[in-house]
Structures are given as C-alpha cells and as structure tokens.
Design a protein around this ligand. Structure first.
Ligand code: NAD
Length: 507
C-alpha cells in the first residue's frame, strides 16, 4: 500500500558485495516488502550490466590465487564461516521472516539445512582428492584430478533466500572456484548477511561476490564469456530459459525448476498420521516450497473420505499470522502472488472441483494489508483441471480419488514435473515397487518432504531440472569441477623405445 512506503526511504538501497567491499548503488531501486504488513521495509538496487561485469572481473582476478589455495585452507575458512553462521543465527532468521514472511521455526529449519551443506563443504580435502590407479600399464600410473572451473554464478529464488544460495557457493568455493551470486530481489537481506559472514571468516576478496538485480543481471551472467558455470533455482519457465541461454553460450548449467508433488495414500496407510504429515508438507511455508505436497491421490473412496474429514478438521486449527509470532503459517510473498494464488482457487471452483476448505476471505487482525491467504482444500480434483496441471505455489491442496495404485502412479508419471513425491503405506512391497518405478527424482516412503541431506544431492526429473547434475552433495563436486586424467611413466634412463603403431593396450 502506498501509505506504507515509509522506512525504506530512510535507508539507502541494498547494494552489492564486490571484491570484498559493499558497493552502494541506487540504480533502479526496487521495494522490498514485509509480507505480513504490506509495508516497504527497504529497497534494493538492480545491478546494471556494468556492475555485474565488475563482479565477474573481481571473481576472475581472485581466481588464480584461490585455485592454488590448498583445499585444507579453503576448508578452514568454511569451519570459521560455520561458527559465524551459528552465532549470527537469530539475525539471519529474523531477516528471513521479515522479508519472506515464513514463520521463525521454519526459517530456522531452512537455515539449518543450509548449514549442513557448509558442514559437508568442510570436507574439501576428502571431497577433492581424486582417483589414482597404479600400473594401468607396465610402469604406468594414471590419476584423475577434479580441477576447478573458474568463475561460477548462482541465481536463486525467493522461497529459500538463505538455504538455496548455500546449496551452491560453499561447494563451488571449496572446489577452487570463485563465485557471483544473484539472489532473489524479493528478499535479498539474508543472503547479504551470509556473504558478509563469509568474508569475516577470512575469505579473500573477490572469491565470493553478490550482485542484486533482475533479468539484466541474470542475462549478463548467462552471456559473459568469463563465467564458466551457472547454477539456477527458480520457476520452470525461467529455468528453461537459463539453461538454453547459458548452454548456448558454452557454459555448464544446472537449472532446477518448479514442481507439483503428489502424495499417494494407500488404503492400508495410517491415515491419521498421514494427515498430520500432510498438514506440514502442504501448508508449511504457505505452500511456497518446491517440495511442498500439492496433490494427494487417495486409493479408494474410503481413504479419501477419511483423509478429507481429518484435514478439514485440522485446518480449522491451523494458526495463520505473522511469522515472528507463534503461528503455523505466514503470508504469501507478495500482493501479486496472493492475487495469483487466489485466482487459482477461484478457477478450481469454476472448473468443478469441490472446495472443502476456503481460505480466501481470511483476515488476520491488525494485518489488513498483509498477504495472508487461509489454507484451501479441494476434493475431487481431475487431471484435466488447471489447478492440477499448474504449480500454484500457495496453501492449496488438491485431493484426487483413484481406484488403484497403478492409476495413482500413472498420474505422477504423466505429469510434466518430477521433483518430489511420497507414498503413505504399511505395505513394503507396494512401497518398493513405487520407489523403483516412479518417474520422480526424490521419493519419500512415509516421508512427505524427502529433501535429501547434504551428503546426498538434490534434484528432480523431467521439467523440474534442466541439466545432468543435481544440487549440493556429491553431484556438486562434479558440477563445480572438471575432470582431468593424467597418465604418467618414467622410462628407465638410457632406454630407447621403438615406435608402436598398434593402439596401446594391455592385451
Ligand atoms: P523465479 O523463476 O521467478 O525467480 C528465480 C530467479 O530468477 C530470481 O533470482 C529472479 O530474479 C530471476 N528471474 C526472474 N525472472 C527472470 C527473467 N525473466 N530472466 C532472468 N532471470 C529472471 O522464481 P521464484 O518465484 O523466485 O521462486 C519460486 C519458484 O522456484 C517455484 O517455481 C519453485 O518451485 C521454484 N523452486 C525450485 C526449487 C528446486 O530445487 N527445484 C527450489 C526452490 C524453488
């Protein structure tokens, strides 16, 4: 609301962190809102092409020395960074809640999962030690090294402003690369605090740079020949654009996109327990998670009736309000997104789905201008409905009814997205068959949010990920390095060898 434009103007716009220095910038300042109040809390500058090029130059300049820095020394900086992240936890969490709106406990969970990647990155010497084979031929040894790429870049979404950047830069940096991060312009304060902490931990200037901005900044990163690799997380439409543009410019790209994650409820499931799990998985973070469950497919009407009854009841008790108070669910990220999600609920009604719980008119006392939407529950959703096909990214759960597990799996396998999924059952055979045959990258068995831990890797299938390698974990070591294989022999002094025209082999 216009009358809310207040404190922002008293603070300079958030600038950029380039070559170890905070750079002030008032280019195209954009408002940052507190979604719980609708008030502008500050502004952020939109970096020009020239500013992003400065960040790339800083990263390029820092690269030769950082590449030669022993992995153990890089790891030592990560250990100090980890300690600083712990001591500054409350500061980052309050920035997350202020600009994203998620409740503090959820922000703490996001932060903890980001820290786990930093913990994994502390194992740099082990992660990078390569492969060695002695005597691959007579007196010949061979080894593979995993060499750094150079300047890497990350482009991140609004919904995990702390965790998703931490999926990327710790792994890129410990592998010997330098990095330019372009966080979401909607909630850029948390990643900037984190970047400052990394420098406080002793990271040399230029190794990690942050540019705030929008398409202009992203396009500069995608096309500048000095950038070797791009990691992107965001919506599928932009992920596909980033992948196509980055690869056309010769870069290695991993671009993680959107999702429509289904849970299957088998007739033998503990329905009460599944309903509890689904409350968090569907409505946690106001449904603004790429791993949120947004569709529940119930096998049989009995399971569906029981589940819908339980969810209806539980939703009456869901506490919706500001994230810094004792609530279960906060607001959506923006006024525009609120209108979009509400529009989907209207459309679902028009399309003929049964709206069992309608959160469209929710008002939160004292927060009339906040972007709050109450939880919405649809029953009898069909696969031809838009609310089934599109990623809504809000507190809207669609229940579908099918007659058998094959039908439920068919829906998932036919959907354009393949990020996460889950089955609730007590039947090990059914669960094993599901895990083996479902066309989704991250699968839960009685685990509604199967987000892999830091020493595995995170990635969907189909249009949820463009590229070959997932985020963090072992895949990140591969993504941020180039394999080089060296074959070596030391012929005995004085021995002259004859030319060999056959292809060398051990035959
Ligand atoms: P978004 O695609 O709008 O924005 C992501 C990033 O791309 C931001 O940094 C933004 O500035 C930039 N961007 C936006 N429009 C652009 C354009 N036209 N050209 C170039 N860059 C552009 O996504 P969002 O709304 O911030 O985040 C929500 C989306 O991210 C959801 O679709 C969600 O599923 C997805 N997501 C996916 C994962 C995953 O791991 N698969 C994780 C988190 C979020």
């Amino acid at each position: 609301m216009n009358n809310m434009k207040n404190t922002a103007n008293t603070l300079a716009p958030l600038g950029h962190l380039i070559d170890g220095v905070m750079v002030a910038d008032d280019n195209r300042p954009q408002d940052i809102y507190n979604p719980a109040t609708g008030a502008v809390v500050r502004q952020v500058a939109m970096a020009s092409k020239a500013t992003v090029e400065d960040a790339i130059s800083a990263a390029e300049k820092a690269y030769p020395a950082w590449r030669q820095t022993p992995p153990a020394k890089r790891a030592k900086i990560m250990f100090r960074f980890l300690a600083l992240l712990e001591t500054n936890k409350d500061r980052v969490i309050s920035a997350l809640t202020m600009e994203h709106g998620k409740v503090s406990d959820d922000a703490a969970g996001e932060y903890a999962r980001g820290l786990e990647v930093v913990e994994y990155a502390c194992g740099a010497p082990e992660l990078l030690k390569g492969e060695h084979s002695k005597n691959v031929g007579p007196g010949i040894d061979s080894w593979s090294e995993f060499q750094s790429m150079g300047v890497c870049a990350g482009i991140t979404p609004f919904n995990f402003p702390a965790m998703v950047p931490m999926w990327m830069f710790p792994m890129a940096i410990i592998a010997g690369n330098t990095f330019v991060l372009k966080p979401s312009e909607k909630d850029p304060s948390a990643p900037m605090i984190i970047a400052e902490l990394l420098h406080e931990a002793g990271l040399p200037a230029g190794v990690f740079n942050v540019v705030n901005g929008d398409k202009e900044a992203v396009d500069t990163l995608l096309t500048d020949p000095r950038v070797e690799a791009i990691s992107f997380v965001g919506s599928t439409h932009i992920a596909e654009y980033v992948y196509a543009t980055g690869t056309a410019h010769g870069k290695r790209v991993q671009a993680l996109g959107g999702a429509k994650n289904h849970a299957i409820i088998m007739p033998d499931a503990d329905i009460e327990n599944a309903a509890n799990m689904l409350m968090g998985a569907a409505f946690g973070s106001c449904g603004e998670r790429c791993m949120a469950i947004s569709v529940v497919t119930c096998v049989g009407d009995e399971a569906a009736d029981a589940l819908v009854g339980l969810l209806k009841d539980k939703l009456q008790h869901l506490k919706v309000g500001p994230g810094n108070e004792n609530n279960d669910m906060g607001p959506l990220i923006s006024r525009e997104h609120h209108a979009k999600v509400k529009g989907y609920v209207d459309l679902g009604v028009e399309e003929g789905a049964d709206l069992k719980v309608d959160g469209r008119d929710l008002q939160v006392d004292g927060h009339d201008d906040g972007y709050f939407l109450g939880p919405c529950l649809f029953d009898n959703v069909k696969s031809n409905m838009t609310i089934y096909k599109d990623e809504i990214f809000g507190p809207v759960l669609c229940v579908m009814r099918v007659s058998n597990a094959e039908e439920a799996m068919g829906l998932i396998n036919d959907h354009e997205y393949g990020n996460g999924t889950c089955i609730f059952t007590r039947d090990g055979e059914a669960a094993r068959y599901f895990a083996d045959n479902i066309k989704v990258g991250m699968v839960g068995i009685n685990v509604p949010l199967p987000v892999p831990v830091a020493y595995h890797s995170f990635g969907g299938w189909k249009r949820s990920l463009f590229g070959d390698l997932s985020a963090y974990g072992p895949d990140a070591v591969r993504f941020y390095t180039r394999r080089k294989t060296i074959t070596q022999r030391w012929p005995e002094g004085g021995v002259r060898e004859q030319a060999q025209y056959s292809f060398p082999s051990n035959a």
